[in-house]
Design a protein around this ligand. Sequence first.
Ligand SMILES: [Mg+2]
Length: 233
Amino acid sequence: MNLAIFDIDGTLVRSDAHEDRLYWQALETVLGVERETFDWTSFRHVTDNAIAHDVFRRQNGTAPSADALAATERHFAEIWREALAGMPAHEVEVPGAGTWVRELMAHEGWRVAIATGGWRRSATAKLTAAGIDATVLPMACANDALSREEIVTIARRRAEDTHGVDGFERVVYVGDGVWDVRACASLEMPLVGMAVTAEVRARLTALGVSHVLDDYRDAAAVLVALETADVPG
Ligand SMILES: [Mg+2]
């Protein structure tokens, strides 16, 4: 039995056009911080929780309370749900993602899990909008751990528990971020790159990702990528 662990943003869902704007809207509204301009990769942990924490501490000199972070997560999910309600499904999902993930869930040789640096509530809203039932999938997110490596490891463990196995023969991550490449290299986990833009494709290829796909429309090709992808680097 094999396991495919999926990132969400830029991998299953085309959230890139709205993510930055809505994230800052939530931080400004609830945490009262000012918007900053930065390179996402400059943070030690690129997750919703860790970035909100770091930005608040940088601007206020103290860490935000757990309640304030929880309120920020709730507001972020709310404004994401509003944005998603006005978007047709084909604009939400990476082409073919919903159908393909449902097919993989029914495949006898594969199981599916989710590992995202996003908060749980917004992650669930995005998956639902892409036609993926988040309630039946083992998932780990920014609420579970700070680092991407830990989040991926927790998702893997939850998938083992869910399916009552001691381990999977092959575990592959599907992601689009530089941090996904780093996490997979450190965990020695094969990675299939997902590139919704030429820029992402170039970045992943330069980092030594063996298989980079544009979407899920060629179901057979995606399965071959899962079966043959290498550990990046
Ligand atoms: Mg991503």
